[in-house]
Design a protein around this ligand. Sequence first.
Ligand SMILES: [Zn+2]
Length: 344
Amino acid sequence: MSHPAANTSSFMTDFLRQAGGVAILDGGLATELERHGADLNDPLWSAKCLLTSPHLVRAVHLDYLEAGADIIITASYQATIQGFEAKGFSRGDSEALLRKSVEIACEARDIYHGRCREGSPDGNNDGRVLKHRSILVAASVGSYGAYLADGSEYSGNYGDAITLETLKDFHRRRVQILAESGADLIAFETIPNRVEAQAYAELLEEEDIKIPAWFSFNSKDGINVVSGDSLLECASVVQSCKNAVAVGINCTPPRFIHGLILSIKKVTTKPILIYPNSGESYDGDRKEWVQNTGISDQDFVSYVNKWCEIGAALVGGCCRTTPHTIRAIYETLSNRSAASLSSQ
Ligand SMILES: [Zn+2]
C-alpha cells in the first residue's frame, strides 16, 4: 500500500472503510510458533525465531493472512537492541534483526498476494481466505517490561529508577529503526502504565516518526490498566498524540472487553482496537466468563459483533488465540456484513 505519511489523520479511517468498517488483526504468535516446532524457551521469546527459524515466522504470518487477517503484527514484540546485545550481538546485527522482523512479514504479504492471484477469485480455497485486499504490516513494540522478561509488563511496576526519560531512551533507537523498515505502522502493545504511553507519544513527536502508530493497553481488572493507572488517562494521552491512529486493549481476558471499550469511547475519537486473550468462555447459565477446561478456546468470537456494535473497529486475538480464532472472527464479520447488506 502507498505510504501513509502524507496524511496520518485519515490513514486508519481510509483503511477501515476499504476493509468494510472493521479490520481483522492476527492472533497469537508464540503459541503458533511452538505448534510449528519452534523452541521459545528464551528471554527473547518469539524474537528468538527471527534468528533461528525465520521460515516459521513467515509461515505463521501466512496462516493468519489465509485465515482472513487484514493486519499482521511482526515478531518484534520482545526484540530489542538491548536484548540482542545482551546475547552477544553487535549493535549493527541487532538493528538488522529488528529490520528482519518486518522483512519477514512483508515477504509473507507478497507470497499471500501471489496466492490470491492464483486462487479462485470468489472466496475460499480449501478453507483458505484468498481475497485480494490491502494488508498492513504492523511493527510490534513490546513494553520495557517485556524486555525485562520478568512479567513486569503485567504489573507495570518498573520501580523509581525508571522515568519518562529512561523509557524514551530505551525505546528510541528501536522505534527509529522500525519506522524506516517498510512497516506500515507501529503497534505499541501491552502497554502497562501511563508513563510508557507518554514516552511513546513523545518519541513519535521528537523523532518526527513518519509512520502512524496504535497504542494498546492491558488490564487485569476491567477498569484500569495493569499498573493501576487510569485507563481514561492512558487513552487521553493517545487521543492527544497526532501520530496515533487507534487505541485499545490487548492481552486481556475477554470478559473485560465490553466495559473497556465503553470506557475508551468516553475519551477518544480514534478507532478502537481489541485483541483479547483466549482461554475463557462465557457460561450462559452462570452468566459469567469462566476459565476454559480445554474444549473450546474461541468462545469470545461470538462476542465480536457485540463489541463492534459498541465501537470496536479492529479486532483480533492475543495470547493463545490461533488462526482458527481469526478465521472464526472473519466468518462472524462476513455474516454480519452480509446480513446488513440484505437488510438494506
Ligand atoms: Zn497476549
